[in-house]
Write a protein that binds this ligand. Structure first.
Ligand code: ZN
Length: 440
């Protein structure tokens, strides 16, 4: 794959992944296309033969791995992880209300969204719907309306003269999208709208009973190149679907002669505390099934390395003072190694050194990020996973602007650089990714 093909592939993956459910479905399809076998957590696995496997949990988290030998030989794992979710607006269970001639839809704020960016956008609806058909069987389907169906209009400046100086956004009252104009005769039935969308892909659902849903709003404007020479990539969910895409691509395009494992977790943006989040037992339970012997499992994990991939803050030329002057990553400057003295990132000097070597080997630049001492530092799945299973970990990610906006901005080369570095990591000789012990 060349750099331009990579960008086309990235755009297609993210545009077709408006929710974590779609990101996992698209990742699973790519894995299946490359010979990965689907495992179910509810089945008995026994001792798995060498090969390529994947499984999902709650349709929004995924683990995939390749075993070049039987797991019982205890070979270390090259591991990479990222999160599938992005901040946004999630539709409430009883969403429809009618006020002042407008039909509106109640939404909850999911994660730390940059709320101002959600106004005046053509929004659509996507996610997972639970329904039952004529035979009463419970079924789950993904839907994506793919057309603008909602908008959150701004208040005109004439009705709020101070808006440019001191705007605040009330999450309950200011963010309710408009979906239709009301007339006395017809009040839209939200379940009817969903049934229509469902039946367009599943004709047997035409008379379905809609039971519940996990639905989000998203911006219908696709990803695009911006800049005099197209230097910027702009679009929704770059944090962190760019990383998910690079990890899955690197996994399927590297040779099968290494033991590798990737984990894509939901719920990072809301703290990771869930059955499928990085603080839950998903990864631990897979490792216990691969290596039932505790001693062997600990040997493997201790000798492995996790590259935790999540976008980083590039320096914004209009707000450069928000960065530490010596740790101000630039767009198209290559993947960023993130370090925090208080363990908000799991990187240490050894794991940082290992990642630098993968970048060197791939011939791509890399950069360093440290948050200013007087600003609170974010976190990632890296420290949570390292804490849960004890694996040496490095936190990295591509530099980006406007993190958590409905449209974020990255450089057009950084995702490509990341893919090269991950491919080098997955191909590395055993000795090349292990942490050596310090010599006194
Ligand atoms: Zn992120």
């Amino acid at each position: 794959m060349q750099a331009n093909d990579y960008i086309d592939d990235l755009f297609s993956y993210i545009d077709r992944s408006p929710t974590p459910y779609h990101a996992v479905a698209n990742s699973a399809a790519l894995l299946r296309d490359h010979g990965f076998r689907h495992l179910r957590e509810a089945d008995t696995w026994g001792i798995l033969a060498p090969g390529a496997y994947y499984l999902t949990r709650n349709d929004a988290s995924l683990i995939a791995f390749t075993l070049s030998h039987s797991p019982q030989t205890g070979m270390p794992l090259r591991m990479a992880g990222a999160h599938t979710d992005s901040p946004g607006l999630k539709i409430k269970p009883n969403p429809i209300c009618t006020r002042h001639g407008c039909v509106q839809m109640g939404v909850a704020v999911y994660g730390g969204a940059l709320l101002a960016s959600w106004f005046d956008r053509p929004l659509s609806i996507a996610g997972r719907v639970s329904w039952s058909g004529d035979d009463g069987t419970l079924r789950c389907s993904l839907i994506d309306c793919q057309r603008p169906v909602a908008v959150i209009p701004s208040l005109a400046i004439h009705l709020d003269r101070e808006v440019n100086d001191k705007r605040s956004i009330n999450r309950q009252t200011d963010l309710v999208p408009l979906v239709a104009l009301s007339s006395a005769a017809v009040t839209p039935d939200f379940h009817e709208v969903l049934r229509y969308e469902l039946a367009s892909r599943h004709p047997e659902a035409a008379r379905a009973t809609l039971l519940a849903f996990d639905l989000f709003l998203y911006d219908t404007q696709p990803l695009c190149r911006v800049g005099l020479d197209g230097e910027f990539i702009m679009g929704g969910r770059l944090d962190n679907l760019l990383s998910c895409h690079a990890i899955i691509r690197a996994l399927v395009q590297s040779a099968m002669d290494r033991n590798r494992l990737v984990v894509l977790n939901d719920h990072e943006e809301v703290g990771s505390v869930s059955a499928s989040g990085a603080q839950g037992p998903f990864l631990q339970s897979v490792l216990e099934r691969l290596y039932p012997n505790t001693d062997l499992r600990q040997q493997v994990v201790t000798d492995s390395l996790l590259v935790s991939v999540d976008n980083a803050h590039a320096v914004h030329p209009n707000f450069a003072a928000q960065h530490d002057p010596e740790h101000s990553p630039q767009l198209n400057g290559g993947p960023v190694i993130k370090t925090n003295a208080n363990q908000r990132y799991a990187t240490n000097g050894l794991t940082s050194a290992l990642f630098r070597r993968f970048c060197d080997k791939a011939g791509v630049p890399c950069q360093q990020f440290v948050m200013r001492n007087d600003l609170a530092c974010g976190s990632t799945i890296g420290p949570l996973t390292a804490t849960a299973i004890g694996v040496p970990t490095v936190d990295v990610g591509v530099p980006q602007l406007a993190m958590h906006s409905i449209r974020e901005t990255v450089g057009h080369l950084d995702g490509w650089y990341l893919l090269q570095a991950l491919t080098a990591f997955f191909a590395e000789e055993d000795a090349g990714f292990r942490c050596p012990e310090a010599v006194p």
